[in-house]
Design a protein. Structure first.
Length: 141
């Protein structure tokens, strides 16, 4: 689909792709785990038990971004207490050195460069090569 913007300061053609997704009942179990009755995102109490290497890899491919040799995970939609809960899980389950860092719109998780190799070893089997840049990985790995 394309559209021409004829405003005098634009005069440019833009292209767009539109798509529709389906909602399947088989995914309701996950919705119920991570959203409350008011449709607010929440963290299940048993998240440490639920978190897997694959799940963490997907989370980082979606919300992770590198900062020098460290990694941030965009968790600004969660409260400080929820972020501290997430950090505790990452420390307990994976022995990662991480903390909560303030941002202009909340806080987010920071995984220190000292834990980079440990994190990579845990999630590498599930990372799509397209996302290797998030951890400065060589695409030939």
């Amino acid at each position: 689909m394309s559209k021409f913007d004829s405003r005098p300061d634009k005069m440019k053609e833009y292209s767009a792709i539109k798509f529709v997704t389906l909602s399947l009942p088989c995914f309701n179990v996950y919705r119920e785990l991570f959203y409350n009755s008011e449709d607010k995102k929440v963290l299940p109490d048993n998240l440490e038990e639920l978190l897997t290497a694959r799940g963490l890899a997907y989370w980082i491919m979606d919300d992770g971004y590198k900062f020098r040799k460290a990694l941030y995970i965009s968790t600004e939609s969660f409260s400080l207490d929820e972020n501290q809960f997430l950090v505790k899980i990452l420390k307990n389950k994976l022995d990662l050195d991480c903390s909560v860092h303030p941002t202009t719109n909340g806080v987010r998780i920071y995984i220190f460069s000292s834990s980079r190799e440990k994190l990579i070893n845990f999630i590498h089997p599930y990372l799509l090569p397209h996302f290797y840049y998030k951890l400065d990985l060589n695409p030939s790995l």
